[in-house]
Design a protein around this ligand. Structure first.
Ligand code: QV4
Ligand code: CA
Length: 508
């Protein structure tokens, strides 16, 4: 009996770290600002067939409508109520998306904005995505309902001036956003009711927005109120997957590890450091990546949610600075995403963006606020071109051959150990994953030519970066692995994509 009890406890506490993706699916994609109807279609036509594990969706709850500037993406981080009613769609469309994605093995993770409501900068009224009335000045949100009692004004009614004062960071206004009193049971229950509605619909878990600004104990109290996942798609007793947005680059009072008890935590050092290495700034070189992961001062791999860029730092918000690689730096970006997906560290999230008219003044993009492609405020449909890329201004990085194929690579090498590291002491490196996969990078200004131990069985393999294995033949480079596991690699430094990846399922 004791063993069973232990098992259930381990199972219970373990689960917040488990994304509950279908077996063999190891990454999720952030379809930033997509409409629910488009996500449902993408699950069925692409994400399911291509082995994606799930989708992080933009906040589904009613938000403020900002007209100055005109409908910025960030209005969705200013809640008005917990009605599932935004520019991405209504509750029926949300339900339909969750059902259709789950039915093809693709999970849905909700961006939960539960630290705050809208900013004090908004005038009272009904300028909201579902028409609900609100008055930030007297903390009146009747569509929840929240009133003055439910906010932290008694503790702090100013901004966060000192990020080394944990009380300020948790109890004051992040960016002027009205801070909820999460120690109150009424507030905790109201938030849990919102999240439980989503859980009962069939979502697999949550991104907790601005988690650094919430006390870990308050988060835990809310999580303890959450239902188990819907047994229509998840096994009995499954707990919601939790990943908490905590930006910890090591220079503030608040540390990621304070949040480990609640679930996984976003590892922002990952993208910031990898961007610096791939850009070869500050004397960094890829040869130093031999001990990538905890060796670089990052959190334990089983607590980390990792990514190259996110919706904030791809446009200069949040953290990471100029080193962050994005789709705007396509060639280097593909290398960084390829490295992330091949390496065993962390649970991986791929970014999927929209283009906007960047305009730099004094080094800052003054158009960093621009929202998703739209027709007079209505988000545009994600159209799919004949070459499988996206139209209407959607970037669809997750559909780029190199990235899509590396998502599959990660699935094929799942649970295989990091192996057969090689480097030239500079920016030519290679490593494998057991006997299931191998990847080689040339980020030097000269060509790579080397015979390397791949760890793979003998045979002819299709390089999934330069092409695809289609009907048993390869549309790209072919790699011959000998009986001793070695293969000759040649990569020009001027190649379109100066890296090669092969794996057990790309064997011809
Ligand atoms: C302005 C002033 C404030 C003033 C306020 C008064 O800057 O000093 O008090 O007006 O009204 C937008 C504007 C911002 C404005 C604010 C409130 O950019 O200038 O404040 O609205 O009107 C996103 C955007 C923010 C945006 C916010 C709310 O990034 O620019 O603010 O949404 O619309 C820290 C946190 C981290 C956070 C990161 C951005 O630790 O948690 O900052 N990241 C998450 C999300 C992010 C989101 C929020 C948190 C807030 O990833 O997208 O901020 O929910 O690092
Ligand atoms: Ca707070």
């Amino acid at each position: 009996m004791k063993f069973l009890l232990l098992l259930s406890l381990v199972g219970f506490c373990w689960a917040q770290y488990d994304p509950h993706t279908q077996y063999g699916r190891t990454s999720i994609v952030h379809l930033f600002e997509w409409r629910w109807v488009d996500i449902a279609k993408e699950c069925e036509r692409y994400l399911g067939p291509k082995g994606f594990g799930g989708v992080q969706v933009s906040p589904p709850n009613e938000n403020v409508v900002i007209h100055n500037p005109s409908r910025p993406w960030y209005e969705r981080y200013q809640p008005i109520s917990y009605k599932i009613c935004t520019r991405s769609g209504n509750e029926n469309e949300f339900r339909d998306m969750v059902t259709r994605c789950n039915n093809v093995g693709v999970r849905i993770y909700v961006d939960a904005v539960i630290n705050h409501m809208c900013s004090t900068g908004n005038a009272a009224g009904t300028s909201s995505t579902c028409g609900s009335y609100y008055n930030p000045n007297n903390r009146d949100f009747p569509a929840v309902p929240y009133s003055g009692w439910d906010f932290n004004d008694g503790k702090c009614n100013g901004g966060i001036n000192n990020y080394n004062d944990a009380n300020q960071v948790r109890n004051c206004h992040l960016l002027g956003l009205l801070d909820l009193a999460l120690e109150k049971d009424y507030v905790r229950t109201t938030i849990a009711d919102y999240m439980n509605n989503l859980i009962d619909i069939g979502v697999a878990g949550f991104r907790l927005d601005a988690a650094k600004h919430m006390w870990p104990g308050d988060i835990k109290a809310i999580l303890n109120k959450l239902h188990n996942l819907n047994t229509k798609w998840f096994s009995q007793g499954s707990r919601p997957f939790i990943f908490q947005e905590v930006i910890d680059l090591g220079n503030e009072a608040i540390k990621s590890n304070e949040y480990f008890g609640n679930g996984r935590v976003t590892e922002f050092k990952f993208g910031a450091k990898l961007g610096t290495v791939i850009r070869k700034w500050n004397g960094e070189k890829m040869a130093y990546l031999k001990n990538w992961g905890e060796g670089w001062g990052m959190m334990p791999t089983d607590r980390a949610l990792v990514f190259v860029d996110n919706h904030d730092n791809q446009r200069g918000h949040g953290a990471g600075g100029a080193s962050i690689l994005t789709f705007w730096d396509a060639r280097l970006y593909k290398m960084a995403v390829g490295f992330m997906l091949a390496h065993p560290y962390g649970f991986t999230r791929v970014m999927s963006s929209y283009r906007w008219d960047r305009r730099f003044e004094n080094g800052k993009d003054v158009n960093d606020w621009i929202g998703p492609p739209n027709n007079n405020g209505a988000i545009k449909e994600v159209t799919i071109n004949a070459d499988t890329t996206c139209g209407n201004g959607w970037v669809c990085e997750h559909r780029w051959r190199q990235i899509r194929n590396m998502v599959a690579f990660r699935n094929v090498v799942q649970s295989q150990p990091f192996a057969n590291w090689w480097d030239n002491g500079s920016n030519q490196v290679a490593f494998g994953r057991g006997n299931r996969g191998f990847i080689v990078f040339n980020n030097d200004d000269w060509s790579l030519s080397a015979r390397l131990q791949t760890g793979l069985p003998a045979g002819t393999y299709c390089d999934v970066i330069s092409g695809d294995k289609i009907n048993g033949s390869c549309t790209g480079i072919k790699v011959q692995v000998s009986g001793d596991g070695t293969a000759q690699f040649s990569i020009s430094n001027s190649a379109e994509d100066p890296f090669i990846a092969i794996h057990a399922e790309s064997k011809l």
